[in-house]
Structure formats: C-alpha cells, structure tokens
Write a protein of this length. Structure first.
Length: 71
C-alpha cells in the first residue's frame, strides 16, 4: 500500500444502501422475489411475433400528413 494512497471514497447513497442491507438482511431476497413477480417471466415467442406482424407503420411526418381538403 502506498504512503500517499487515500482511503476509498464511499458516497452517501452507497453508505445508506450498505446500512439498509445490514439492518435488513432479507432485503435482497425480497427484491429478487419482486423482480421475478413482475419481470422474469417466460416469453411467448409466437405471441410476440404476432404483435410484431400486426404493427402498423408510422408515417414519416405525423403532424399534417393527411390532407383535409384545405390548401
């Protein structure tokens, strides 16, 4: 270790998270359960392909691209 080495910087946010994890050790497991509930789901590739095939292409210029008979 160098004589001039400064101690490692830990931000207030990191300190807060570390303190929170120390106070509640089950926090990470609860976060994983919540993620599994909402995000980590099996995907239906056939359904996704149908959604992609049924998508309607957007016009290049959305505003005013339809002529309404006014010039």
């Amino acid at each position: 270790m160098s004589f001039f080495r400064r101690p490692d910087y830990v931000s207030e946010a990191t300190q807060f998270i570390n303190d929170l994890k120390a106070a509640k050790p089950s926090l990470e497991a609860e976060q994983r359960q919540g993620r599994a509930l909402l995000w980590d789901r099996p995907q239906d590739r056939q359904l996704q392909a149908e959604f992609k095939a049924s998508r309607v292409a957007q016009k290049p210029y959305v505003y005013g691209s339809e002529s309404h008979g006014t010039a």
